[in-house]
Design a protein around this ligand. Structure first.
Ligand SMILES: [Zn+2]
Length: 271
């Protein structure tokens, strides 16, 4: 299942064709291109100003440009506050604008909603970001899964939360795994493979490869496996081949840049 690249006046983002085919939703995966931030944060930086030293005005303008390109309502975006846990928030009307225009009063690594015009947004600078859509019950989800969240199966737990909250049948879900660090660049010590084996047992092995004294880990592949284990048909899962660490000209990457960097996002909204 393919992704399409869009360029709107220099703002570059991607969409998953399978999500674009669903009427009544809009979504996008941002890059670092097309914003107003400068220096090492050039240019489409979406990171909290307090975390990266960018100006509030720059970050707000970057969100305006992204939302204009994607077709979402910037006044009502709802942002995560990611803490690498499996905390999933059901976003409702009262959360409109939280994290950007209004005080955010929660931590969350995944957001789900069945309300229209609430663009739920997760962030990454290598971590895996996923968008989920249930076209039958009219509900969407957005997930941030770094290695800790992956080992907590936040992705599978988000599917379960959509089932318990909206009555979602996992067989109906259409899912897109966005750009994130690939096994080409995600080298780790023993801690990450040990966490994956503790979580998934033997099923983790195909995604763990020894490399000298270290390991490479296929986080996107593990998250795809988590979706399938939760009941999502393999044919309804799209996975971006792009590695954020391999493409610093296009993506923010903690591996490639350290902490002097911005973040990209995945955003989805029911219309
Ligand atoms: Zn790579």
């Amino acid at each position: 299942m393919a992704f399409t690249q869009h360029d709107r006046n220099g703002l570059v983002y991607h969409t998953a064709d399978a999500l674009s085919a669903i009427p009544g939703i809009v979504h996008g995966f941002s890059t670092r291109l097309g914003g107003v931030s400068t220096g090492e944060l050039a240019s489409l930086n979406l990171r909290s100003p307090s975390a990266c030293g960018d100006s509030k005005a720059n970050v707000e303008e970057n969100f305006r440009r992204l939302c204009a390109a994607v077709g979402t309502n910037v006044e009502r975006v709802v942002l995560t506050h990611q803490v690498h846990r499996e905390n999933i928030r059901y976003v409702t009307e009262e959360d409109a604008g939280k994290g950007l225009w209004r005080l955010r009063d929660y931590d969350a690594d995944a957001l789900i909603t069945d309300k229209v015009d609430l663009p739920i947004t997760v962030f990454s600078a290598d971590c895996i970001i996923l968008l989920l859509c249930d076209p039958v019950r009219r509900a969407v989800g957005a997930v941030h899964a770094g290695w800790r969240g992956t080992s907590l199966n936040i992705t599978g737990q988000t599917v379960q939360a959509m089932t318990s909250t909206f009555g979602t049948d996992p067989a109906d879900l259409v899912c897109a795994i966005g750009p994130g660090i690939g096994s080409c660049c995600f080298e780790t010590h023993d801690d990450v493979p040990e966490a994956m084996r503790a979580a998934f047992g033997q099923e983790a092995e195909p995604f763990l490869q020894p490399k000298g004294m270290k390991w490479t880990v296929d986080l996107k592949g593990i998250n795809r496996h988590c979706l399938e284990m939760a009941g999502v048909p393999a044919g309804q899962i799209s996975m971006s081949p792009l590695c954020t660490a391999c493409h610093p000209e296009l993506y923010w990457s903690h591996r490639a840049m350290g902490d002097a960097r911005g973040v990209q996002c995945a955003m989805i909204s029911l219309q």
